[in-house]
Design a protein around this ligand. Structure first.
Ligand code: DQA
Length: 149
């Protein structure tokens, strides 16, 4: 099946943006890692990034329709800063009934207190935090382990 790997705002800048926090790998590097990890488990990746909340909401809805049709397994989602602000993304995940693994490259709990709360975690099937970009691979593996068929 297809695993959607969805990236929120500013993740297009990965590799240049605060490398002490997020490392030197680019989003293109993350995409190749994800494709490889999914392929090894017999799945495919639909890799996306948007800086726009509504585009992310539409992608979640699309993934939900795919889950119902049996073509999509779920979403590995790094919502970026929308993690800490977006009730709309929380509602989208609930409404679309799509399994979501929430991924954060950095350990958000060791950072500013405004990063400690997530609107996504209560509706996530699993969470990977602070494992660097390898967290995406772990998210894919976790999604397949929990929901793979
Ligand atoms: C992030 C953590 C968020 O707090 C931040 O706003 C990001 C990236 C991470 O992957 O560590 O944009 O989701």
């Amino acid at each position: 099946a297809t695993i959607m790997v969805l990236n929120g705002p500013n993740l297009n800048l990965l590799g240049q943006r605060e490398p002490a926090q997020y490392g030197y790998e680019t989003l293109a590097d993350v995409e190749s890692m994800c494709r490889e990890a999914a392929q090894a488990l017999g799945h495919e990746v639909d890799f996306r990034q948007s800086n726009h909340e509504g585009v992310l909401i539409d992608a979640i809805h699309e993934a939900g329709r795919g889950v119902k049709e049996g073509s999509v397994l779920g979403v590995v989602f790094n919502p970026g800063a929308y993690t800490h602000t977006s009730i709309a993304l929380h509602d989208a995940i609930k409404g679309a009934e799509v399994p979501v693994i929430e991924v954060h490259i950095s350990n958000v709990h060791a950072r500013e207190s405004f990063r400690h709360h997530s609107y996504i975690s209560p509706c996530a099937a699993g969470i990977v935090v602070g494992m660097g970009v390898h967290g995406y691979v772990m998210g894919i593996q976790g999604l397949v382990h929990k929901f793979g068929r």
